[in-house]
Ligand binder design. Structure first.
Ligand code: T5A
Length: 210
């Protein structure tokens, strides 16, 4: 998106540790947005969302690399995603529902991997410019429970799912206690331990008020 571009749609982001329940609820969230706000909803994800970014996703999830390289690759994927898909959708008035965005890089590479959060924030500002989520819905779940849920599902077997519970506790800690400046008032923290129907009730309340 350029500095002068006009944003008409809203940008909604789902965050949380692996197995917290974003995929389970994403279609419900999109349908609830359509019903509540009468808009088109584009569902997308990070890393990914464009042909180039999906190729980068494969590398980041499956190719061994150092953690700063992870930051730079997800940033490259994000740049393409914002310019090719997210920005144009918002400019034509669609809402964009994105599974992960800049807070994932802070939480995973910053919290999990130990990379300096200031460095990550600087790169994210360069890459996505003025684009900020209008609402972040954070699915919050203790790491042990998320690991059990991932185990029950069989797991995707990517590099992040192979990390231990301590890694995911550090990821969760950044999500909860070291938010981006200005992100706190735009973040809804959802108790992902609840059952699916209770979570849907909470999601409806959040979405109606966006
Ligand atoms: N990444 C991404 C970075 O490191 N840096 C970045 O900058 C970015 C953008 C993406 C990976 O990339 C990393 C982070 C990620 O590891 P992914 O496969 O897209 O990889 O990973 P996730 O987004 O985490 O997707 P997952 O499928 O692993 O997790 P979900 O979507 O949160 O969980 P979900 O819905 O699949 O649920 C897991 C299991 O729990 C059950 C479900 O049925 C399922 O079996 N479940 C529940 N059970 C009981 N009660 C509930 N309320 C339940 N909700 C779901």
């Amino acid at each position: 998106m350029s500095q002068t571009s006009k944003r008409l749609g809203k940008f909604i982001v789902l965050e949380g540790i692996d197995g917290a329940g974003k995929s389970t609820h994403i279609d419900f969230i999109a349908e609830t947005i359509r019903a509540a706000h009468g808009v088109q909803v584009l569902i997308t994800r990070e890393p990914g969302g464009t042909p180039l970014a999906e190729k980068i996703r494969e590398l980041v999830l499956h190719q061994a690399m150092d953690v700063q390289t992870e930051v730079l690759l997800v940033a490259a994927a994000r740049r393409d995603h914002v310019r090719q898909l997210i920005g144009p959708a918002l400019e034509r008035g669609d809402w964009v529902l994105c599974d992960r965005f800049v807070d994932s890089t802070r939480a995973y590479q910053g919290g999990g991997g130990g990379v300096d959060l200031g460095w990550i924030d600087g790169i994210n500002r360069e890459v996505s410019g003025p684009l900020e989520p209008d609402r972040v819905i954070l699915f919050d779940l203790p790491s042990q429970i998320a690991a059990a849920r991932r185990g029950g599902r069989g797991g995707h077997g990517d590099r992040f799912e192979a990390q231990d519970v301590a890694y995911f506790e550090r990821v969760r800690d950044v999500y909860l206690t070291q938010m981006r400046p200005g992100a706190q008032e735009k973040t809804s923290i959802l108790n992902a331990e609840l059952d699916v129907s209770r979570i849907q009730m909470e999601l409806q309340k959040i979405i109606i008020n966006i």
